[in-house]
Design a protein around this ligand. Structure first.
Ligand SMILES: [Zn+2]
Length: 373
C-alpha cells in the first residue's frame, strides 16, 4: 500500500477537492484553479473545445454543465501525467488566462476566462443563415430477412413503428430526423445472399450514419430473454459488466459465431476509445444521453427501470457523436410483449424517446454536440 502511494506521488499528486471554481460574469465565464507553486500547465483551443493540461496534479474526475452564454460544460479527466480539463464553449468564444497570488504562500491561482463575442448591434434587416438544426439519426433495429426478437411481437416491426412515431414527434419540435430504414428492409445490397455477410454489411452501414454531420444516434431494439423479464435498458459503448449485457451484445451483433466475432472487435474498439480523449468525452456524452432517455422512457411507460450500462454493441462502435442503443421492452414477456403489440403503448414509448432526446438537446452538453457549421 505504502509503495503504491509513493509511486503515485511521483507521477501525479491527487487533489481530492472538486476543482475548478466557476464564476459567471457579464460577458465572460471564469474558471479558477488553486494549484501548488511550480505547477506547469498548457492551454490550447480548437473550434469549440479548449483543453487545459495541468502537469503532475490530478484533480477529481468530474463533468459539469455550466450552461453560461460562454461555456456549455467542462470535463475534468485525471490522467497518469496529471489532469486534462476539456471546456466546451459557445461559438466565437475567446480564451484569456493569467495567474494570481494564491490563498497561501505555497499556492497560486490559475485564472482562465472564456470571453463571449460582444453582443451584436440590433439591426433592422434579417440576419444571415439560421444556426444549424440538430439532426437526429433514429435506427429501427433489424429488418428485411432479419426479424430480430420474436415473441408476442416481432422486433423489426415494433422498432420501425416506434421510429416513425419518434420521427413525427421530433419533427414537430423542429428537429431534423434521419432514419436508417423507413420500411421492412435491411441495408445490405439486394444481391448479397449470405445472411451473415448481410448482417455485417447492414450493421456497418447503420453505424456509418453516426458521423459528425449528425447530432445524435439512437438505435431502437426489443429485448428477449430465456427467462421472461420486463423493463427498459439503455446502453452506450463499452465493455459489458455482466454476463447478461455480454449475451445481449452478442445477440444484437448478429448472434452465433458472427455475433461473437463482432463483439470481440467492438471490445477492442471500446478499449481504444478509452485511451483517446475526444472519444472518451464522446462516451461521456453518450452515457448522459442514455441516462436522459432511460429516465424519460421509464417515467412515460411505467415499465421497470433496468438501468443504463455499457456493452460492446457493434452499431455504436464507430460513432463520432453521442450514440446509444435502447431496449424498449421484452418481446417474450407475457405482459410486456402484449403491451408492445398495442399502438397506444408504442406511442408512449415514442414519446419517452422523443422527450429524452429533447431533454439532452436542451442540456449544456448540446453545445458540444451541435453539428459543425
Ligand atoms: Zn435487436
Amino acid at each position: 500500500m505504502r509503495r503504491v502511494l509513493a509511486a503515485s506521488v511521483l507521477l501525479a499528486v491527487t487533489i481530492a477537492l472538486a476543482s475548478p471554481r466557476v464564476g459567471l460574469h457579464e460577458g465572460f465565464t471564469r474558471l479558477v484553479f488553486d494549484l501548488p507553486l511550480g505547477t506547469t500547465y498548457r492551454i490550447s483551443g480548437q473550434g469549440r473545445t479548449f483543453e487545459i493540461r495541468i502537469d503532475r496534479i490530478r484533480l477529481e474526475a468530474n463533468t459539469v454543465e455550466v450552461e453560461s452564454p460562454e461555456v456549455a460544460s467542462y470535463r475534468v479527466i485525471p490522467t497518469i501525467a496529471g489532469t486534462v480539463v476539456q471546456v466546451y464553449v459557445a461559438e466565437g468564444v475567446k480564451e484569456k488566462d493569467f495567474v494570481l497570488k494564491g490563498l497561501d504562500a505555497k499556492s497560486f491561482r490559475l485564472v482562465v476566462d472564456f470571453i463571449g463575442k460582444a453582443p451584436a448591434k440590433p439591426r433592422a434587416e434579417p440576419k444571415g443563415p439560421d444556426p444549424p438544426k440538430p439532426v437526429v439519426v433514429i435506427d429501427p433495429g433489424h429488418g428485411g430477412p432479419d426479424p430480430g426478437a420474436v415473441g408476442y411481437v416481432v422486433e423489426k416491426a415494433v422498432t420501425l413503428d416506434i421510429a416513425l412515431r419518434v420521427k413525427r414527434l421530433l419533427e414537430a419540435s423542429g428537429i431534423q430526423v434521419v432514419l436508417t430504414r423507413d420500411r421492412d428492409t435491411d441495408l445490405a445490397p439486394p444481391g448479397l445472399k449470405d445472411l451473415w455477410q448481410r448482417k455485417i454489411t447492414d450493421l456497418k452501414k447503420r453505424a456509418a450514419m453516426a458521423d459528425t454531420k449528425k447530432t445524435l444516434f439512437i438505435s431502437i431494439h426489443v429485448n428477449s430473454a430465456p427467462k421472461p423479464a420486463m423493463g427498459i435498458e439503455t446502453y452506450f459503448l463499452g465493455r459489458a459488466i455482466d454476463a447478461e449485457a455480454q449475451a445481449l451484445a452478442v445477440w444484437e451483433n448478429g448472434g452465433g459465431e458472427v455475433g461473437r466475432k463482432l463483439t470481440r472487435e467492438t471490445e477492442t474498439a471500446a478499449d481504444k476509445a478509452l485511451k483517446d480523449l475526444l472519444a472518451q468525452a464522446n462516451l461521456g456524452f453518450s452515457q448522459k444521453l442514455a441516462e436522459k432517455l432511460q429516465k424519460s422512457l421509464t417515467s412515460e411507460t411505467g415499465s421497470p427501470d433496468r438501468g443504463v450500462q455499457s456493452a460492446p454493441l457493434f452499431v455504436l462502435r464507430t460513432a463520432r457523436i453521442p450514440a446509444v442503443l435502447v431496449e424498449v421492452g421484452f418481446a417474450n414477456h407475457p405482459t410486456e410483449g402484449r403491451r408492445l403489440a398495442a399502438s397506444s403503448y408504442r406511442q408512449k414509448v415514442a414519446e419517452g424517446i422523443a422527450r429524452g432526446i429533447l431533454a439532452f438537446l436542451s442540456s449544456g452538453a448540446y453545445a458540444y454536440t451541435k453539428p459543425a457549421p
